[in-house]
Write a protein that binds this ligand. Structure first.
Ligand code: HPA
Ligand code: ZN
Length: 330
């Protein structure tokens, strides 16, 4: 299929990727054995069979359990290194990856262990093949704002040492019942410190959460945002401002945000002029990395080559790199 080859060869940026969500079952087993962590599965096949989700929470339960095998600096390096190899194979040349320090510090892992392993893989990839990457620290929204504040405080001593890679903060985990405004204070502090801001909103939560992510947290991108379509005024705002949406089609399918990819609103929003991007979210859990997401979406929604180029261009436009770097890429 020549359209699929066209997709594979397109240079692209990935802006919505949870590094813990790139933990493949094979590595999960390997690290569990090495670190003496017991898993409630007998085999890799059993893990994959358990990836049958009914909503975001049913996924998060397995995602947090799986992340418990990550313990050493080398584990975080290996995880990130493996993701980068897969990204490069998909012609991803830039990633702004999410990581969830609270998932690890709650288990007694030092926050520097997490930073160091991820950053080392990103830096090595930059030196070895010019692969570009940065890190967005995400707060878990099912936890308190005090916990988010202590996480930011614990990370601050690392800021200078990781200034080349740590560019932003975000907000993820269970959305409904945990609106953006719960984190107003910590986002105000992060903004004052010069961090770039993003938040998950409008995945399972209502359009009102997208409004408060923009108005209260003052985020520069919305992660997911697919429920924006229920609010015409919000759609107009996103279109005029070109606030990007980092959409994750296979994630939406696996978490039952949409019943069928053919019903996904990505093409409608793109054709309406919004800055929509395609991303993989948690590729080890949702059945595919970047090109799998592009190909499944292109097939289901009959995207044209021009629209696929626009999606790739949007991913660079929406990225947090300098304008000079953007000019080089598109
Ligand atoms: N939504 C919310 N939290 C998450 C996700 C997501 O898609 N992936 C990993 N944590
Ligand atoms: Zn996500």
């Amino acid at each position: 299929n020549s359209l699929h080859d066209f997709i594979r060869g397109l240079p692209k940026a990935e802006l919505h990727l949870h590094i813990e969500g790139s933990l493949e079952p094979e590595m999960m087993f390997e690290l569990a054995g090495k670190n003496g962590v017991s898993l409630p599965y007998a085999s890799v096949e059993e893990v994959r069979a358990a990836y049958d989700f009914e909503d975001l929470q049913s996924f998060l339960n397995l995602y947090y359990a799986g992340a418990a095998v990550l313990q050493t600096e080398q584990d975080f390096f290996d995880l990130t290194h493996a993701y980068i190899q897969r990204a490069r194979a998909d012609h991803v040349c830039h990633v702004e990856l999410f990581f969830d320090p609270q998932t690890h510090t709650e288990r007694g892992i030092a926050i520097e262990t997490v930073f160091s392993g991820i950053a080392r893989a990103l830096r090595e990839a930059k030196a070895a093949y010019g692969f570009s990457g940065s890190m967005i620290l995400c707060f878990l929204r099912h936890l308190s704002e005090e916990s988010a504040l202590s996480t930011l405080e614990a990370a601050l001593p690392l800021r200078d040492a990781y200034a080349d890679v740590w560019t932003g903060v975000g907000l993820d985990s269970a959305e409904v019942g945990n609106p953006p405004e719960k984190f107003a204070h910590v986002f105000t502090i992060a903004q004052a410190m010069g961090f770039r801001l993003v938040a998950h909103a409008g995945e399972e939560g209502p359009p009102a959460y997208i409004h408060s992510a923009l108005d209260v947290l003052e985020v520069e991108r919305i992660d997911h945002g697919v429920r924006a379509e229920e609010d015409p005024a919000l759609m107009q705002r996103l279109k005029t401002s070109r606030i990007p949406l980092t959409v994750c089609p296979l994630s939406n399918l696996k978490l039952c945000v949409v019943k069928d990819l053919r019903e996904h609103n990505l093409a409608r929003m793109l054709r309406d002029g919004l800055c929509v991007t395609i991303n993989s979210d948690d590729p080890a859990y949702f059945g595919g990395y970047m090109n799998a997401n592009f190909i499944a979406t292109a097939d289901a929604l009959q995207l044209s080559r021009e629209e696929l180029v626009q999606l790739a261009r949007n991913s660079f436009e929406a990225s947090f790199v300098s304008d000079a770097q953007k000019k080089i890429w598109y």
